[in-house]
Design a protein around this ligand. Structure first.
Ligand code: DAT
Ligand code: MG
Length: 151
């Protein structure tokens, strides 16, 4: 439904390199609605929950230090099929495999500096949104553009 939500986070490199306005621009211009946004620093316990499936990976410690190396721009977007569409807009995990035109394909080279996170399923989106945002930090509002974006 058009109420579907996803969690998109510009990672510390994406914030430091000034890529975050481009991310906001792309999701907004596509027609997705911003319902939550904050600049924050992630602590280790949050990241261990966020990346719980990767705890055993050899790169986990470097992933933790990357993700705690500076501020993260945490956002929540709403719209039809936004989880899957968001992943497509991000590109492949390894930027060397990301198509030009995707965010990683346009702005990144190394896997450990791939500038952006996006939820990979509706279920994980719900989990990540509740991990990163308090309910009162999400804003419910009607976009006046909805009828120009949805048939
Ligand atoms: P994604 O971020 O595309 O959802 P993921 O959830 O599998 O990918 O992994 C989370 C992050 O961990 C990813 O953005 C970059 C890092 N990562 C994943 N696989 C890696 C690998 N083989 N070597 C180094 N870093 C990796
Ligand atoms: Mg992932």
């Amino acid at each position: 439904s058009s109420q579907e939500r996803t969690f998109i986070a510009v990672k510390p490199d994406g914030v430091q390199r000034g890529i975050f306005p481009e991310v906001l621009k792309r999701f907004t211009q596509r027609g997705f609605k911003l319902v939550g946004i904050k600049l924050c620093t992630a602590n280790e316990s949050l990241l261990r929950k966020h990346y719980v499936d990767l705890q055993e990976k050899p790169f986990f410690n470097s992933l933790l230090s990357y993700m705690t190396s500076g501020p993260i721009l945490a956002t929540v977007w709403e719209g039809k099929d936004v989880v899957k569409q968001g992943r497509a807009m991000l590109g492949a995990t390894n930027p060397l495999n990301s198509a030009p035109g995707t965010i990683r394909g346009d702005f990144a080279i190394d896997m450990g500096r791939n500038v952006i996170h996006g939820s990979d399923s509706v279920e994980n989106a719900k989990k990540e949104i509740s991990l990163w945002f308090k309910p009162e930090e999400l804003v419910d509002y009607k976009s006046t553009l909805a009828s120009w974006i949805y048939e």
